[in-house]
Design a protein around this ligand. Structure first.
Ligand code: NAI
Ligand code: MG
Length: 357
């Protein structure tokens, strides 16, 4: 029997609620598909800060490095907002990505048939949406140095640095090419090269690397236009390749096409070593502790983990089919409720999905 060791980081906010559902789902899948999964739970984010004084303790990071994959819920809460930046839960996230060298963030945006009416856009506009955002995750302005505050001036100033070297752009482009080759072979690279030097290097490097693969058709788009096009005609996109900051913003925008940010999974990968699989959403402090969160983004992340991280393709398919069945029967969590569907709690919809597995 195949044996896997995964680390589960429940984090804060709605994290523990959606993690509980994910654990049960993984246990059921392992039974049905004949593999053994050891789920090692570790503290991460605000909860870890409270116990150890840091959001990403070394012990947690070491366990993650030794695992087959990491499943992460979400972190961040207003109660940590007053902490120094490096002690905040979100800094733990950046530290984890950096420690595991997770330079590639993959965010599939797919409209599930039974949710066509849940989108904030018209059905005709979203029905053909099936795209993947490939976002560079450990470079760019979130990591660039120097950064900081200048306080000895007349008026306070602050600054960040947006920096990429061509190697960083090359390796994320290669990931986008690999994904595009499994799909429609279309890449749209998004930048702001009309204004930013770093984007000029981005554009030149992407062109250089993609031109080596004759199957790939490459287009370029400025980020402001890309935001507009994602709302105007999202069906035109297949693989969107972009940097850390632009990818962060565009993938939240793209997420809403699917009806709720509670539906959007992601995988953060490197070329060797465990990946981190996590929903795109944050810790949703406004609904935490109420058992009303949508666990599906985390379940779809678990499905990506099964598929990409553990090679358990059939189990992943089983899970996705179970989710679709529950949605098509009209069951929804509150974020997707439209008056004509039955609203279930986080744990209730989890149980429905488990029953369909
Ligand atoms: P958020 O994604 O937590 O919430 C935005 C809105 O979406 C809220 O109204 C929330 O209730 C709703 N929402 C999010 N996930 C949901 C789900 N599964 N089911 C139903 N509704 C859901 O983003 P926000 O409010 O900007 O950030 C809250 C905290 O999360 C902040 O501390 C932020 O830094 C952190 N954050 C953490 C991330 C992570 O752990 N990967 C990513 C984004 C934000
Ligand atoms: Mg974000």
């Amino acid at each position: 029997m195949k044996k896997y060791k995964i680390v589960l980081l429940s984090g804060d906010g709605i994290g523990p609620e959606i993690s509980e559902v994910s654990k049960k789902v993984l246990k059921k899948l392992s039974k049905n598909h004949n593999f053994d999964i050891e789920i090692i739970e570790k503290l991460f984010g605000g909860i870890a800060y409270e116990k150890y004084g840091t959001p990403a303790p070394d012990e947690t990071l070491d366990q993650c490095k030794k695992s087959d994959a990491v499943l992460l819920a979400c972190v961040g809460d207003i109660k940590y907002d007053s902490l120094a930046r490096e002690l905040r839960p979100e800094s733990g996230l950046l530290k984890l990505r950096s420690a595991l060298n997770l330079f590639a963030n993959i965010r599939p945006v797919k409209i599930r048939k039974s949710l066509l009416d849940a989108s904030s856009l018209k059905k005709e506009i979203v029905e053909h949406v099936d795209l993947i955002v490939v976002r560079e995750l450990i470079g760019g302005i979130y990591f660039g140095k120097p950064r900081g505050h200048i306080t000895n001036t007349k008026i306070p100033k602050a600054f960040n640095t947006m920096v990429y070297d061509s190697n960083e752009i090359e390796r994320i482009t290669e990931i986008a090419i690999k994904i595009a080759n499994q799909r429609n072979k279309k890449i749209c690279s998004v930048d702001k090269s009309n204004v930013l030097e770093v984007s000029q290097l981005w554009r030149d490097t992407v062109l250089n690397i993609t031109s080596k693969d004759k199957n790939i058709s490459l287009s370029n788009m400025y980020v402001d236009n890309a935001a507009m096009q994602l709302v105007r005609d999202p069906g035109q996109f297949d693989v969107i390749l972009t940097s850390n900051l632009f990818g962060d913003i565009l993938s939240d925008l793209a997420a809403m096409l699917t009806g709720s940010i509670g539906m959007l999974p992601s995988a953060s990968l490197n070329n060797n070593g465990p990946g981190v699989f996590e929903p795109v959403h944050g810790s949703a402090p406004d609904i935490a502790g109420k058992n009303i969160a949508n666990p599906i983004a985390m379940l779809l992340s678990a499905s990506m983990m099964l598929k990409i991280g553990l090679n358990e393709e059939e189990a992943a398919e089983n899970l996705e089919t179970a989710i679709d069945k529950v949605l098509s029967k009209g069951f929804r969590t509150a974020d997707l409720a439209d008056g004509s569907t039955e609203v279930l709690s986080c744990s209730e919809i989890g149980d429905k999905i488990i029953n369909e597995i």
